[in-house]
Design a protein. Sequence first.
Length: 259
Amino acid sequence: MTSSERTGSTVSGASREHGLVDPGGLRRYALIAGVGYVVLFVLGIFANFFVREGLIVSGDAVATAANISESEALFRIGIVSFMVIFLVDVIVAWALYVLFRSVNERLSLVTAWFRIVYTVFLGVALVFFFQALQLLDHAEFLNVFSSEQVNAQALVALDTFNATWLIGLLAFGVHLAFLGVLIIESGWTSRILGYVLMVAGLAYVTDTVAHSLLSNYVDYEAVFLAIVALPSVIAEGWFGLWLLLRGGKHQSPLTVAES
């Protein structure tokens, strides 16, 4: 090893020991998270709106069963899309933790954990998609249950997917709020982005709580959808673009914060 190589190795080791982050490395992790956001956006729209909303008819087990049976391939692709989202979300949580740990290591870690908790709930929710598909795709269940009972059980499984995912979105809301705090603390971009992320996070939390408290939530569903969709689309779209175009480009290697 040459003298310059030993010096470079020593500097690199010292940087790791004292919590310093290589600016070039920051850009790399910002790109990983940014690309992940693009994948999540595309697959999320497809799986949620084209598959979940397109095939499942709330409160109508017969229509839902008919839609899934007629478009089984689409439903299966939707399941795979949710599986990819499940995996990509873990990568995004890791990349964001590394990106922001130089700002506030403890808060960055907690922020990542809340995204992981959300992702776990999504993974658990997917079990009920599989259950609904098995009920509708295996004729042997008709030897025990009537077709009406099978359809009803499949709809219950799909509703349980929604409920499980909804609880996960509570953790996702907290993740967005903490991410907004990190953006503000970093000073890397406009503080407005941080505040909009915090509003989006609060909207997710409010919607989940409203589901739990309001027996007539369906009467206000369109209102809550707007409350969640508007800030989240703006905040996450803006944040994803920042990650892809600017994230990590001009940030200085800050010392990891301890509090």
